[in-house]
Design a protein around this ligand. Structure first.
Ligand code: FEO
Length: 398
């Protein structure tokens, strides 16, 4: 796919509808796009590439747009292979192209693409400029958004922000490439899932990057996944500002693991009680059915989290264990948690949820409603009613 952003700035992207798991971990029900950008000024510059093997026409497309000119610069804003995968092929076609990146990018280049001569690499520092003619690029370091070498390039003359992973989203570009050619709201959910699963852990760094970017007049945002934001870039800027301080909406994500439906009974009872106590946003998930990435996306929005697990080999259910592991990695902070479990010949579900939640309390300012509740076997009406006062107390604390 190609599109003209300006006469001298071109979008070159590809849609990946074959890959089932991004980073071999995150489901891609709507696929994903990889975007790269070519500037054809007095000097020519390619800004990031695409994943190796995702589009066999990529090099031909670059050549078509170069129209016989040499490629002066290959600017590497982010070294993750979904964007740096074609560096080798580009340099084989253009052996004299200068690779532009920062000191950390150089180290990663050595790992992923060894053999590039040091003289062929231009190291830039935060704030450095690269003049291409009309377009002048200024580099803005944004470490950990998404990797330590991550940086953005800001075109001072045309006020374009090449933002690499930031403002990117899962989901292919199905015809429309620019925000005025699509319904931006269609991408909001998948952009939040990308944010909460891929870079949410680095939200303090995202906040710092947003503060830097807020000082710049930005007319167009060109990310490496998803739409180009040229009509209303403020919209995604505002989304990001909200997500970087996630968990601000009043609501509860209730995730449970069950083997034979007994813990589900408790979950549905709690959900109903939450509703009776005035909570309007309640999202309930069976973690054996729903991949953690979709649960995390919802956790990112709301200030309440209720986790329940049956006991499984004296611990929590493996599916709940996986969700807790992903939560520990992505570190949504300051949530109000309520825990419950089910037991039969052994307990362990609740106990292990408590161990997990104590860790989140210590490291990420979770507030735990104690005690958690563990119900035996198939909970009868009387057993379920013992939850009522606890859910009322918990709800009042949200
Ligand atoms: Fe889209 Fe961090 O790579």
């Amino acid at each position: 796919m190609i599109a003209t952003i300006l006469d001298t700035v071109h979008f070159i992207g590809t849609n990946d509808r074959s890959k089932t798991l991004f980073e071999n971990n995150w489901p891609l029900p709507s696929g994903i796009s990889y975007n790269s950008y070519l500037i054809t000024d007095k000097k020519t510059a390619l800004v990031d590439t695409i994943e190796y093997g995702s589009d066999h026409t990529y090099i031909d497309t670059v050549e078509h747009l170069l129209a016989g000119r040499p490629l002066d610069y290959l600017i590497v804003l982010h070294m993750e292979p979904d964007h740096a995968g074609m560096i080798g092929d580009v340099l084989r076609r253009h052996p004299h192209t200068v690779v532009v990146t920062n000191a950390r990018g150089i180290k990663l280049l050595d790992i992923y693409h060894p053999g590039i001569a040091r003289e062929q690499i231009l190291e830039v520092k935060n704030g450095d400029r690269l003049e291409l003619g009309h377009h002048n690029l200024q580099f803005v370091f944004t470490p950990m958004v998404h990797w330590p070498e991550s940086m953005m390039a800001y075109c001072t003359t045309e006020e374009i922000l090449f933002s690499q992973d930031a403002f990117g989203t899962f989901g292919t570009l199905d015809g429309g490439i620019f925000d005025d050619e699509i319904d931006p709201e269609y991408y909001k959910d998948e952009m939040l899932r990308y944010y909460s699963n891929i870079i949410g852990r680095y939200s303090p760094q995202v906040e710092r990057a947003l503060q830097q970017a807020a000082k710049l007049p930005i007319r167009i945002i060109c990310p490496v996944h998803g739409p180009v934001w040229r009509s209303n870039p403020q919209k995604v800027f505002d989304w990001y500002a909200q997500w970087a301080t996630g968990g601000s909406e009043k609501g509860v994500v209730l995730a449970y693991a069950t083997m034979y439906g007994h813990t589900k009974q408790t979950a549905d009872y709690i959900a109903r009680k939450l509703s009776e106590n005035g909570i309007r946003n309640i999202r309930v998930f069976d973690v054996s059915k729903t991949h953690p990435s979709f649960v995390l996306k919802e956790i990112w929005k709301y200030n309440g989290i209720v986790l329940g697990s049956c006991s499984y080999n004296t611990g929590m259910h493996p599916s709940m264990h996986q969700l807790c592991h992903e939560i520990e990695i992505m570190q949504p902070g300051k949530r109000n948690a309520f825990l419950f479990g089910g037991f039969s010949w052994s307990g362990g579900g609740l106990k292990n949820l408590q161990l997990f939640a104590e860790g989140m309390k210590e490291k990420h300012q979770w507030h735990l409603y104690t005690p958690g509740i563990e119900l035996p076997g198939s909970p009868d009406r009387a057993a379920l009613r013992t939850l009522d006062a606890h859910i009322k107390d918990y709800t009042e604390g949200l």
